[in-house]
Design a protein. Structure first.
Length: 173
């Protein structure tokens, strides 16, 4: 179940006003979210380590580990998660990116994807840290962490291209 599926269930007559889900279903929803966080973390790690960069052609986990400096066991674990997400496929030679993933793991597309994932991770971590300190600001998006600001800036470059093509030509002057 995806978070979209969870959100749909929450708005489809299974909310608190209707008695809500039973404890087993609540636990299952939390488990699904936890699994999503692990998958998210594995994807970020695979991108940061350059593991997916090595998969333009089929490659063994051992060779990917040698090229990236990551232990082979870690490469296999991260690629197993990528496999479950449909980002890579197994081949006789090892692993290779799927067509859809291959378009996102190189060049500018990879930078934007990494920026998006880093930004999401860092904002989530900040919210958790603030909650732990009982200091959750309600003043909107205000961050000073340079890593988060850089990730958000990289992520935003995708919007500039779309604005340049669709919005800016419509403006006067």
């Amino acid at each position: 179940m995806t978070t979209v599926g969870i959100a749909h269930r929450a708005t489809s007559g299974q909310g608190p006003e209707h008695g809500g889900p039973d404890p087993q279903e609540v636990r299952q929803r939390i488990l699904e979210l936890t699994t999503s966080v692990y998958a998210f973390s594995a994807l970020i790690s695979a991108l940061e380590l350059g593991i997916l960069d090595e998969l333009s052609a089929a490659e063994s986990a051992a060779e990917i580990g040698r090229r990236t400096g990551a232990p082979e066991e870690l490469v296999v674990a991260l690629l197993d998660v990528a496999l479950s997400l449909g980002l890579v496929r197994r081949t006789a030679a090892g692993f290779a990116c799927t067509t859809g993933a291959a378009a996102l793991v190189g060049g500018k597309a990879k930078e934007i994807l990494q920026g998006d994932l880093r930004s999401t991770h860092l904002q989530s971590a900040d919210l958790i840290d603030c909650a732990g300190r009982r200091d959750i600001p309600l003043r909107g998006w205000q961050y000073s962490d340079p890593d988060l600001l850089e990730a958000q800036g990289v992520r935003s470059t995708e919007a500039v291209g779309a604005l340049s093509r669709m919005v800016f030509p419509q403006l006067e002057g």
